[in-house]
Design a protein around this ligand. Structure first.
Ligand SMILES: [Zn+2]
Length: 99
C-alpha cells in the first residue's frame, strides 16, 4: 500500500472541547480547524519542534523575567498600631459609656 501524499497529523485545541488531531497536507495545513464536536474554531497547537525551543534555558529565563514583572513584590503594610479593644464579658463593662 502506497500513499501519494504524506499527511502529517496536527494537533488542534478547541476552547470548549479540548484537544483533537486532524491530518492535513503540509501545504494545506490551516491555522484553524473547525472542532469536530462543536464546530467552533480550534487553534493549531505548536509542533514538538516549537515546544523544544520554548523549553530552552533562554526561553525560560525570559519567561521568568516576564512573570516577575507581572507580579511585583507585595508591599507589606505598616505594623499594626492601636489594636482593637479587647472584648470582655464582664457586665459592668457594658454600662461604660462608649467613646
Ligand atoms: Zn469543540
Amino acid at each position: 500500500m502506497q500513499r501519494e501524499h504524506h499527511m502529517p497529523i496536527y494537533e488542534f485545541r478547541c476552547t470548549q472541547c479540548g484537544d483533537f488531531e486532524a491530518s492535513h497536507s503540509m501545504a494545506a495545513a490551516p491555522k484553524n480547524e473547525p472542532c469536530p464536536v462543536c464546530g467552533g474554531d480550534a487553534i493549531k497547537l505548536f509542533s514538538a519542534a516549537n515546544l523544544s525551543t520554548l523549553n530552552s534555558p533562554r526561553a525560560r529565563a525570559i519567561d521568568r523575567a516576564a512573570r516577575t514583572a507581572e507580579t511585583p513584590d507585595v508591599v507589606s503594610g505598616p505594623p499594626g498600631r492601636g489594636r482593637p479593644a479587647p472584648t470582655t464579658k464582664d457586665p459592668r463593662h457594658l454600662k461604660l459609656p462608649r467613646p
